[in-house]
Design a protein around this ligand. Structure first.
Ligand code: DOR
Ligand code: ZN
Length: 440
């Protein structure tokens, strides 16, 4: 029997301190904290002493985070991230499950690549790695991939992320299959005819700098169309990285009329605006682009209200030769796994928009529900799987991309002081990260 005790923790940041006993990966007891028991008694002399003790020091206990949108880059770009380095970053960021996007090389559009990614994730064992399957062959948007074969290999989420499934008939067919297979299609909403050559949010900043604009309507229009299609077909739809205020309006409308649509927002779209363009630093280049303060304000409100369901990182590592170049040649994307919690605390908790129950909802419970993960995002209660994250809400830290577990270092938060840190991450009762390190 394997036992772990989290001493002196506060589930959801509420109530008095508790001690949480975990036995064989399951929460076996939650008792009020007993400061008199010494957590460091010797297991060799006392048979009732747990194998592992984590001193919570009043930290907040949350269900382990689930990221619906991570680019792990393996296979194909192991110079920027591997399943091992990305899993390490995820565990350090408080995640117990991540969904690895399909825009790998080769593309994850068949069961062979799916099984390879899943197996490598299990071997590393720091976080549950769920491969996302491509919707279309080669992400080309022309021909449906073998969704059924990939679903039988365990795929729960399908996405051409990086590309939009822009052909409405192919999107309709994908939704029909997803309904029959009980999986979900996650759309990267970008009407390509409206964004050809686009470099930044279409607005005053892009105009001043002479950068080709990416209009909000290119996102809003695809989301509106897909909500109509999902309703027509009776399928579920998930919308990736909502960036524009108007998209929140569309989602609000669709949800009000009963469409089964869910949506995610990234940490960077909750904090940063296109004022960042002024520096011409491509670390700020991302797809969809950073938008205006009014968009940021609307996205925060939408996340608080549940119009947008959850936070997903769109963690997108890039090599220096692909990123530290002139703006137009730079790849879009930003690291996110090790900063997501802190950015959510800064933008949503410190502003009073979410309490810690809300943080659990947007970082863990809703993403687990959307993807249909039975063992993540569960209540902190006896009998539940011990997939947990311990957070110090009072900590502050300064972001240094070079210190991250990711191979790439392209964080837009470099040098920023951020609140809150992950104290420990627990996957099925095993400590996968503690005090900023992976335990030996
Ligand atoms: O900024 C982005 N980077 N957006 C995407 O849709 C793809 C991602 C990537 O793979 O780098
Ligand atoms: Zn995308």
């Amino acid at each position: 029997m394997n036992t772990l005790v989290l001493k002196g923790v506060r589930p959801y940041g509420e109530g008095p301190l508790s001690d949480v006993l975990i036995r064989d990966g399951v929460i076996a007891g939650i008792t009020s904290h007993d400061p008199n028991t010494d957590p460091h008694t010797d297991p060799h002399t006392d048979p009732n002493t747990p194998d592992t003790v984590v001193d919570g020091n009043g930290a907040i206990l949350l269900p382990g985070f689930v990221d619906l949108h991570t680019h792990l880059r393996e296979p194909g770009r192991e110079d920027t991230e591997t399943i091992e380095s990305g899993s390490t970053a995820a565990a350090l960021g408080g995640y117990t499950a991540v969904f690895a996007m399909a825009n790998t090389d080769p593309v994850t559009d068949n069961a062979v690549v799916v099984e390879h990614v899943a197996r490598r994730g299990r071997e590393v064992g720091l976080v549950d790695v769920h491969p996302v399957g491509a919707v279309t062959v080669g992400l080309r948007g022309e021909q449906l991939a073998e969704l059924g074969t990939m679903a039988r290999a365990g795929v729960r989420v399908f996405s051409d992320d990086g590309h939009c499934v822009h052909d409405p008939l192919i999107m309709r067919r994908a939704l029909e299959y997803s309904k029959a297979l009980d999986v979900v299609v996650a759309q990267h909403a970008e009407e390509p005819r409206l964004t050809a050559g686009a470099q930044a949010h279409e607005g005053a900043n892009a105009a001043r700098l002479g950068l080709q604009g990416w209009p909000a309507a290119a996102e809003e229009a695809v989301v509106a169309r897909d909500c109509l299609l999902a309703r027509q077909v009776g399928a579920r739809l998930h919308v990736c990285h909502v960036s524009a205020a108007g998209t929140a309006d569309v989602l609000e409308w669709a949800k009000a009329r009963g469409t089964a649509v869910s949506a995610e927002v990234t940490p960077h779209h909750l904090l940063l605006t296109d004022d960042r363009l002024a520096t011409y630093d491509p670390v700020n280049k991302v797809n969809p682009p950073l938008r205006t303060a009014a968009d940021v304000e609307r996205l925060r409100q939408a996340l608080a209200d549940g119009v947008v369901d959850c936070v997903a990182t769109d963690h997108a590592p890039h090599a220096p030769q692909d990123k530290d170049t002139e703006w137009s040649a730079a790849r879009p994307g930003m690291l996110g796994l090790q900063t997501a919690l802190s950015v959510v605390v800064k933008t949503m908790v410190e502003t009073g928009l979410l309490d810690w129950r809300g943080v659990a909802r947007v970082l863990s419970e809703r993403p687990a529900e959307i993807a249909g993960l039975p063992d993540h995002g569960r209540p902190i209660a006896v009998g539940e799987p011990a997939n947990l994250t311990l957070v110090d809400p009072a900590a502050t830290w300064v972001v240094r991309g070079a210190d991250f577990a990711s191979i790439a270092a392209n964080t837009p938060f470099e040098g920023m002081e951020l609140p809150a840190r992950v104290v420990a991450t627990v996957l099925r009762g095993r400590v996968t990260a503690a005090a900023g390190r992976i335990p030996a």
